[in-house]
Design a protein around this ligand. Structure first.
Ligand SMILES: [Ca+2]
Length: 183
């Protein structure tokens, strides 16, 4: 009896908060996620040396690493990245990786579409650190031979290669349920 008295007000406050927020703002993405196209994007503003760790961080939030298939999306993500407190040389991890067949796939297992934004001479799969099978999006110009916002393949672990403060932050994506958009 005592337990239900304590829990019920908390439960109702949370539900009412979520419901009133969606009605007031017509918001289709969770708080802190940005809406673009049929997706919600969120950048975890933490430099993260390992691509797999970055991916699990997104999965814990109910999403996955981000996928970019148009120039508009690429620009949107770049603008979102530049709004973060932390913008590193290595920018942000993307949900794109090279599999054993040597082709690149997004984390939803789709191959690269016709749109790509590789930097000049990339992907080069440099052998300097045992190959480059994971992809990030450049944050700052600095010493890069290509432009901010472009893509580059790098080793999936940058531990011992890049100072941890300069490693990519994490781009997460959730697909929006189309029923929500249409109602
Ligand atoms: Ca490369």
């Amino acid at each position: 009896m005592t337990e239900s008295i304590i829990l019920t007000p908390f439960c109702c406050r949370v539900v009412n908060h979520i419901f009133s927020r969606s009605l007031e703002t017509d918001q289709v993405c969770p708080n802190g996620w940005a809406h673009h196209g049929h997706s919600c994007f969120h950048i975890i503003d933490t430099p993260t040396p390992k691509w797999k760790k970055a991916r699990s961080m997104c999965q814990r939030l109910g999403g996955d690493l981000g996928k970019i298939t148009t120039a508009s999306e690429n620009q949107f993500i770049y603008d979102l990245l530049r709004k973060q407190k932390t913008v590193t040389d290595y920018g942000v991890w993307l949900g794109l990786h090279r599999k054993k067949d040597q082709q690149f796939y997004w984390v939803d297992d789709t191959p690269l579409s016709s749109y790509t934004a590789w930097g000049q001479g990339e992907p080069n799969d440099s052998a300097a650190h045992g190959g480059e099978d994971c992809v990030h999006k450049i944050g700052e110009k600095r010493s890069w031979p290509f432009q901010p916002g472009q893509w580059n393949d790098v080793p999936c672990s940058l531990d011992g290669i890049v100072p941890s403060y300069n490693t990519p932050v994490v781009l997460c994506q959730k697909k929006i349920d189309m029923d929500v958009l249409s109602f």
